[in-house]
Design a protein around this ligand. Sequence first.
Ligand code: SF4
Length: 255
Amino acid sequence: MGCKRLFDKTDELLIFGKGFNYSQDGPGNRLVYHLKGCNLHCPWCSNPEGLQSSNDEKGVPVTDIINEVISCSPMFFDGGGVTFTGGEILCQARAVKSILVELKKRGIHTAVETNASLPSFLDIMPYTDFLIADYKHPDAEILKKTTGASLTAVTENLRSRALSGKPMLVRTLLVHGFNDSCEDLNRLLDFFVMLKSLGNKEYPKFELLRYHEYGKDKWIKAGLSYKVKNGFISDEKYLEIVKQFKQKGITIINT
Ligand code: SF4
């Protein structure tokens, strides 16, 4: 699935939010931009207002973003920098790439968060110091049906980043009834073990997030139907999953 109907220009970036955040979107203190538009349709998405976009909208000139990041660089303490997240950053890959290229020339630390489901992933990686990537489900059919993503595309992209040895955090949101069966968890663990075997001592790292309903009110306010029912994972179950992963050599971190 591509992003043909979504905003995608070379010289403008369409954003729906920005602000500073410490450590959750990459290391240190970071200026975080939320890009509008996404090629997927996860029913639990916490930013439904950021999913739709069109080329009729007015973006921010790429040069303005670059200048803004440079002017904020004194704030990038503790190894911080800039992070681009979404929506889905790969839907605006051309503008994102040109920004990352310029910021790397100036020695600014760059991070992106992505669903890793589009081919433009590979264009961005050389200029991405820290990658945060979703891995939503280990079954191709369920992943496609629920989110629209191709498991092959995601898997190949994550494999290539792991092989590069560059910093990568793989995040999975655990949703009861979607990916928390024994079979799903075993396949997820197998995938993490495989990715780890391709990387180095430090990377990739892994995080298991738990379902929340941060986006529910936004869906309802926007007149959209929120379809997830009882997606919560109990404390006991979460701790048990973390323990089982640890026994197979996968340490789960919390950012
Ligand atoms: S990939 Fe992320 S931004 Fe896109 S629909 Fe899924 S959760 Fe929302």
